[in-house]
Design a protein around this ligand. Sequence first.
Ligand code: NAD
Length: 508
Amino acid sequence: MSENQIERIRSTGKVPLFIDGVFVDSETSDFIELNNPATQAVIAQVPVATEAEMQRAVESAKAAFVEWRDVPTIERVRYLFKYQALLKEHQEEIAKVLSEETGKTFADAMGDVFRGIEVVEHGCGMTTHMMGETVENVARNIDTHSYVHPIGVCAGITPFNFPAMIPLWMYPLAVVCGNAFILKPSEQDPLTPTMLTELFAEAGFPKGLLQVLHGDKRQVDFLLDHPDIKAVSFVGSVPVAEHVYRRGTHNLKRVQAMAGAKNHMVVMPDADKEQVVSSLVGSSCGAAGQRCMAISVAVLVGEATRDWVDDIKTALAGIRPGAPGDDGAAYGPLINRKSRDRVRELIQGAAAEGADVVLDGSDCTVEGYPDGNWIGPTLFDNVTVDMKIYSEEIFGPALCVMHVDTLEDAIELVNSSPYGNGTSIYTRSGAAARKYQYETEVGQVGINLPIPVPAPYFSFTGSKRSFFGDLHAYGKQAVRFYTETKTVLSRWPETDVPEGPNMTISMK
Ligand code: NAD
């Protein structure tokens, strides 16, 4: 990288903002401490951007948009191709930093970056997605065609759990559609977005198209209230998503807010037991369960699956957390102390709620890392809907098991959940899979696949309280979210003879 911002952060101890094409130290006196989740060592201080800095970012983005909207899409795409190549070239470097600040294993961190690169790759086909529609002769001698236009300055607010992938869901697509973008990344892992931004600048995008402001609720509310910001993309927890959606739409902005979840995997008695068990282990504890598409509830159908809990227990007991760099670790620490304590409390309260605590990871320790935010793999059996461990998103390496008699009961259970992010069914029966896929009220369904995250040419289609808005992230829906359609009706009469006024609404 041309100017290594990570080295700069290590020497100044402060994360810079990115305003008007330049990395700058904030003038704020208000900072948030960034800690290594495996050790609590202080990595850096994250600035809470000042009002003047945020205003400057908006002004710069507005000015950049005026020029950028005139750049042909194919030219914008060329910058994106360069960006994609740079992200690939630096994928490992980014993953190392990502792994340090989130605690993810290196392999998982590589995946985080890779899934983001895939979105950039999809954006490289934007020339086709920006095509409008044409119909000749909608009425005699009248033709109609539509154009797709960028909307202006857009903003994105991202969560801690995918610091590469989720920012990359947003600004590459918004920018290649012709917009300018202001990113407010999670204050819990701002180094990864800093690296992504540095490469964005290196790809040669004109200054001002991407601005990065750090902070918390204050910065988010500033973006939601600013009249010059036209659209807001948000990913995070349900209460904050609801706040962002309400406040943004109250201010008449376009808002898409992807939120939290509780995802069920329905296991039919005819499913392949080994496949079920290994899928449950990976999808419940991968990334320490800190994924919005993690499977947190296994719904075992029928008597024949009752004793599968023993197999799940054995498999979960066979994995362990560890610090980045520990090749035997299945996952890392939780993001911060507060999350660790919250998950611990939920686990420790589960027995009193009436659940069978089959595996208790609340007292987990990792040798050499006494201060890490560790939670061991945790398994609850005989969970019911009234328990907190079921109704709350645990966001930790914990799996709830529930038992039902029939597929219909399983569908009723899943449909009664307020969340609708993802679900899956494991079965050998096409009929059961088809019924589940059709009747279940969840935005993303996996069949013999645990985490059905769509590739970037589809969209990420969570529903119910896992999503507020109508146009979803990435894919064709993101193009519609970041653009406006203009429709032109035209007539070129062959004679100069006036037709006289038409007093009706019909087109002849
Ligand atoms: P979070 O809601 O705490 O924070 C998300 C962003 O909102 C951050 O940038 C944060 O600074 C900001 N923020 C926090 N509190 C705020 C407030 N009161 N007002 C305004 N802004 C505020 O989420 P998190 O803990 O960073 O991420 C985990 C959550 O995100 C989980 O619930 C997870 O399921 C969800 N998530 C959802 C998806 C999805 O696509 N549906 C993807 C990833 C994560």
